[in-house]
Design a protein around this ligand. Structure first.
Ligand SMILES: Cc1cc2nc3c(=O)[nH]c(=O)nc-3n(C[C@H](O)[C@H](O)[C@H](O)COP(=O)(O)O)c2cc1C
Length: 199
């Protein structure tokens, strides 16, 4: 079993989403001692943005790319290879301004590639990253679970589902900025959700 852990906080130290993702992965590994873990810490090693240079590189045939373009596409290729190889994906996802972090968005942009991770067919789009179990650990300063303002879950469910990842467990750590008691309770509640998700 291959586990891919994506830490997407902008913080490589002190991140609560990374801490909870670590906790979930530790439980997974305790249950599956043979599992191999790949950890992608997007704070320590951010994936570059999908900017003009990247788009030009991606739309240039491989044999015509210059060295800089080849290197840029190779970074996306590596992220795609990692997600393809994963049986289980664990994503630590802080809410920033009602959405995902730039770090996570850049990674999602990297792994979303036609004919590699999704394809268009006569019946519509088809995700190619199928058969994976996904856990998303969400951290929020406020509380948005099951409200119309939870655009983060709505976006992640859509894009991960588009790529074929439909078996998703959501873990919510909420109220983390609402004072020490709320933070403690939000984290404890998330730990209970992790236990339930892995039971
Ligand atoms: C730049 C920034 C934007 C944030 N935006 C939101 C937000 O829109 N809603 C919310 O509930 N919390 C928001 N927060 C609080 C974070 O979601 C919370 O601190 C979370 O624990 C961050 O994850 P981390 O500990 O893994 O870094 C924001 C925090 C930062 C630093």
């Amino acid at each position: 079993m291959n586990i891919l852990q994506i830490n997407s906080s902008a913080r490589s130290q002190g991140s609560l989403s990374s801490r909870l993702a670590d906790r979930l992965v530790a439980s997974l590994r305790a249950a599956h001692p043979q599992a191999r873990l790949t950890l992608r810490d997007l704070a320590a090693r951010p994936h570059p943005a999908l900017d003009e240079m990247a788009l030009q590189a991606l739309f240039t045939p491989a044999e015509q790319r210059n060295a800089e373009q080849s290197a840029r596409v190779a970074q996306d290729d590596a992220a795609i290879d990692e997600i393809k190889a994963a049986d289980v994906v664990v994503i630590g996802a802080p809410m920033y301004n009602f959405g995902v972090s730039t770090q996570l968005k850049n990674w999602i942009d990297a792994i979303s590639r036609a004919r590699a991770t999704f394809e268009y067919t006569a019946d519509g789009p088809r995700g190619l990253l199928t058969g994976k179990k996904v856990y998303v650990v969400l951290t929020r300063g406020g509380r948005y679970r099951d409200t119309g303002n939870d655009s983060q879950v709505s976006y992640l469910r859509t894009v991960l589902g588009f790529l074929g990842m439909t078996d998703i467990e959501w873990v919510y750590a909420e109220g983390l900025a609402l004072g020490p008691d709320a933070e403690r309770e939000g984290l404890a509640d998330a730990e209970r959700q992790i236990e339930a998700a892995l039971a």
